[in-house]
Design a protein around this ligand. Structure first.
Ligand code: AMP
Ligand code: MG
Length: 425
């Protein structure tokens, strides 16, 4: 009998405990395979090598202004007049740069040009006037002002970007600056998506009066891709154990991570946990004290009792309500997926904003409520969207974040600063 193999002890954890369990499993997962990509295709990929500085950055003392390279001590009396002995533009050849700027002399210099020896500061051109090879300066400079010393940004041989970093625009710029036209990155993990439910139909089908189109596979595909995975959509599974089991096994074989949606609550036709138990899955938790998303399941399973493959695959059973699916992906599936994608672990990102209208909820669950963050700078504020609960995709599509309500809170007054989990954009 299927029911007997479902874990008997309660594995419903607090949000924090559930996160910790996911983080532990994520830390224990092994590194994915590596591929080489062109720098222009490397954005948002996870770096599988270290990027090392091939020379000092900057490679020479770099002027950050257009102006005059001077000895700062020469400007103790103002205005000061100095002889202009050279002009140094960005990219100037070494032979044309004076070997020394003696006291009483200066060199005209441009932004990005190497500051000559002897000079210890650059005066901005705005505070100077030049006539007949002499410059009058009306403003003093501190030693070092407007010059970035060679190697101040990075020393030759130092690590600029560590393995496991996700490549953003600045990282790509750094890689370019050290001449890397190709980068070694981790292969994207394959994430199988298996949606369950007798009422769920394909989006190309015309739904009957009591049927619902499958939206979860599509929101998950977006979230998976943004988290660095490659989504593989499986056919919709009916609420029938044999067919469900076949598709779960197919999911395990085809993927590095299996995400199921629906069928994890207490209803008579919620069969996901039973089918997984039958496949000898190990469950880390079978619920978390959150809303939306309480019935979320996390575990791992040896490759589908097929015996062909000793590998174990992690899975999440995400609740079927569309908003629950989105929220539980962000909170739990994302960190696991990022680890399988080779990424170094990172914490959830929260911002804080002022609450526009009060919140009243029952205590006992940590809540992630769809909300709209609006305004700018000091004027930003956040307000919950009016919704019909975790099935309400229409309201949630207007939200750009989730307000986090701690489990002990019943009432949060307008004007209080609340933590916000930004929505994946
Ligand atoms: P379940 O978790 O299976 O009890 O489903 C909870 C709710 O989510 C039900 O109203 C389902 O019809 C709905 N639901 C489940 N799967 C999907 C899906 N793939 N797309 C849209 N709605 C879904
Ligand atoms: Mg269902």
């Amino acid at each position: 009998m299927l029911m007997s193999s479902v874990p008997s002890v309660s594995l419903v954890l607090s949000f924090e405990e559930a996160r910790r369990v996911v983080e532990q499993q994520a830390a224990a997962s092994s590194a994915p395979q590596i591929e080489t990509v062109d720098l222009l295709n490397a954005a948002d990929r996870v770096l599988a090598e270290q990027i090392i500085a091939d020379r000092d950055l900057p490679p020479f003392p770099r002027s950050t202004r257009d102006g005059y390279a001077v000895r700062s001590a020469d400007l103790s009396q103002l205005p000061a007049t100095l002889d202009v002995i050279a002009e140094i533009k960005a990219g100037e050849t070494l032979e044309r740069i004076p070997s020394n700027i003696p006291s009483g002399q200066a060199a005209a210099i441009m932004t990005g040009a190497p500051a000559p020896s002897g000079a210890d500061a650059v005066v901005m051109v705005e505070y100077t006037s030049e006539r007949d090879q002499r410059v009058e300066i009306t403003r003093a400079v501190a030693r070092g002002e407007n010059i970035v010393p060679a190697g101040a940004e990075a020393r030759e041989g130092s690590t600029l970007i560590p393995r496991g970093a996700c490549l953003n625009d600045a990282a790509i710029a750094l890689a370019a600056s050290v001449g890397k036209s190709n980068l070694q990155v981790y292969k994207r993990p394959r994430v199988a998506v298996l949606t369950t439910g007798d009422e769920i139909v394909n989006i190309n089908a015309t739904p009957g009066p009591t049927q619902i189109r499958n939206s979860n596979s599509y929101s998950l595909a977006v979230q998976i891709a943004k988290a660095g995975g490659y989504p593989v959509l499986l056919p919709i599974a009916p609420d029938e154990p044999q067919a469900l089991r076949r598709l779960v096994e197919e999911g395990f074989l085809k993927s590095d991570l299996l995400l199921l949606t629906g069928g994890v609550s207490m209803g008579r036709y919620d069969l996901v946990e039973q089918v997984l138990a039958e496949l000898k899955a190990k469950f880390f938790f079978t619920g978390a004290k959150i809303q939306p998303g309480r019935p979320v399941i996390f575990g791992k399973c040896g490759a589908a009792s097929s015996g062909r493959d000793a590998r174990e695959t992690y899975f999440f059973g995400l609740p079927g309500n569309p908003v629950s699916t989105m929220v539980t992906f962000e909170l739990f599936a994302r960190p696991m997926l990022e680890a399988l994608a080779g990424m170094s672990p990172r914490k959830l990102k929260f911002v804080h904003a002022k609450l526009k209208s009060e919140i009243r909820v029952k205590p006992g669950l940590k809540r992630f409520l769809p909300a709209i963050l609006s305004g700018e700078f000091e004027g930003s504020q956040v307000e919950l969207v009016r919704w019909q609960g975790s099935g309400d995709i229409a309201a949630t599509a207007t939200a750009n974040c989730y307000v986090v309500v701690p489990e002990e809170r019943e009432h949060i007054k307008a004007g209080e600063y609340v933590p916000i989990l930004p929505r994946t954009m």
